[in-house]
Design a protein around this ligand. Structure first.
Ligand SMILES: *Cc1c(COP(=O)(O)O)cnc(C)c1O
Length: 434
């Protein structure tokens, strides 16, 4: 498959290049030249297939030209070692729980898939050269990437995070792993971490010394596998005879997850329409109303993994629908919620149904409660386990959310990190000595 850039001026890339580079030379996002429709027989039988079988079919359509099918099957089955069930919350409203992966975040799937695909390409090159992944994190991305790449040979990961600015649970998820994962504790804020990573990619001497790549969420290998989730949701609803007028609602920040769902729709997945649920960062919502895309600095909210003021995957969605506001707004509607509304939703849902929403999922639930039309059935994504936001959830609901064993296990590990200043010269010296 050939991949072009949404900015239109970078050279066409193959999958290998798109995965290793992440972003195109003109700073656009890579898009596949074609999206293959899946055959009718696949959709006729989908309700009898497992999550892994469904995902392998979807992955073959995207990556089958570029990856040996046996290897691809191995990558898919290794990535999806857990379930993503659909749970009924109340009449007409269901949740797709995307938080059963190793770090209890939906980003686990994209991170693991990308790690294994990168490993496949490195082996194919056969140079035996180690690839170094640099990732800056304010919390969630670092844990998903670190765990996704853990133990994958030929790749070393450096996670840069701001000292004292990530939650204790998050910090444990990438500082206690050891092996091929090094945590770097930067005396600064998230932007300093990001600046160090960007400078490293641009430094000629460093790039000569070691092969550097990023595991940014705009990478095609990270966002496309999230399409698996939506085919699975459809299958599980179809098995119950409830898939005819399905509305899919996705709590969105950088819009990677919903973008994968839309790619699924282009492959023929019969979802009637989509809702992008936002917190107070309402740039996409405003775009739907006005046709104008006006990025703003992000606002801090309770659903902080969605605090994005210039969603990077907007460029993909815009490109996918031929830059047509009409096509976009007729398929996708929006919703936006303040922190007070998020709190209210969490309380109401808990009182009414006993289901514990996290602040991100709460936006999705409420968007369905507000936006579902007669005859429709809605599924919203629960993007994180409530225990990942334990302090907030306990405080809002007045309960003591149980911490799953997997999360508790991280907290027993010993923290190991390399202290670093925010000065690029120090970071460079450190990498050169590695
Ligand atoms: C990353 C994240 C989101 C937003 O996903 P996008 O793909 O960036 O839109 C929502 N909820 C949680 C918990 C996340 O970690």
């Amino acid at each position: 498959m050939r991949y072009y850039s949404t900015n239109g001026t970078a050279p066409i890339a193959d999958l290998h290049k798109a995965v290793v580079k992440g972003l195109a030379e003109d700073r656009g996002l890579y898009m596949p030249e074609r999206i293959q429709k899946l055959p009718k027989a696949f959709f006729d039988n989908i309700q009898d297939m497992s999550f892994q079988e469904i995902a392998y079919n979807v992955a073959s359509a995207f990556f089958g030209e570029d990856v040996d099918l046996d290897a691809l099957k191995d990558i898919v089955y290794d990535t999806l070692s857990f379930d993503c069930p659909v749970v009924e919350i109340k009449d007409k409203i269901y949740t797709l729980e995307l938080f059963h992966g190793p770090t209890l975040a939906f980003k686990d799937v994209g991170a693991r898939f990308m790690a294994r695909l990168l490993q496949y390409f490195i082996k194919q090159e056969g140079k035996g050269e180690q690839v170094n992944v640099l990732v800056a994190t304010s919390g969630d991305t670092g844990s998903a990437v670190a765990n996704g790449f853990l133990g994958v040979d030929g790749i070393h990961v450096y996670v840069l995070y701001p000292k004292g600015k990530v939650s204790p649970i998050q910090e444990c998820q990438f500082t206690t792993l050891g092996k091929n994962i090094t945590a770097i504790e930067v005396d600064g804020v998230f932007d300093d971490c990001q600046a160090l990573v960007k400078n490293a990619f641009m430094d000629a001497e460093l790039n000569q010394h070691m092969k550097l790549t990023s595991a940014n969420s705009i990478n095609v290998a990270r966002f496309l596998p999230q399409a698996f989730y939506y085919f699975n949701a459809y299958a599980r609803m179809k098995a119950q005879g409830k898939a005819d007028d399905l509305v899919m609602c996705v709590p969105s920040g950088n819009f990677g997850n919903i973008c994968a769902a839309l790619f699924g729709h282009e492959m023929g997945l019969p979802i009637k329409r989509f809702i992008a649920a936002n917190n107070a960062n309402d740039i996409f919502y405003k775009y739907l109303q006005t046709g104008k895309y006006e990025p703003k600095p992000s606002k801090q909210t309770l659903a902080n993994a969605m605090d994005v003021g210039d969603p990077s995957n907007f460029a993909r969605i815009y490109d996918l629908y031929g830059k047509s506001h009409e096509r976009i707004s007729s398929l996708i509607s929006g919703a936006t919620y303040t922190d007070d509304e998020i709190r209210q939703t969490m309380k109401q849902c808990y009182e009414e149904t006993k289901y514990i929403l996290d602040p991100h999922g709460a936006c999705g639930y409420q968007a369905l409660a507000d936006g579902l039309n007669p005859g429709e059935i809605g599924v919203f994504c629960e993007t994180a386990h409530p225990a990942k936001f334990k302090e907030k959830v306990d405080d809002i609901l007045g309960i003591d959310v149980a911490i799953p064993d997997r999360l508790a296990a991280f907290m027993k590990g010993e923290k190991q990190s390399v202290p670093m200043t925010k000065d690029f010269a120090d970071f460079k010296k450190y990498l050169l000595s590695e």
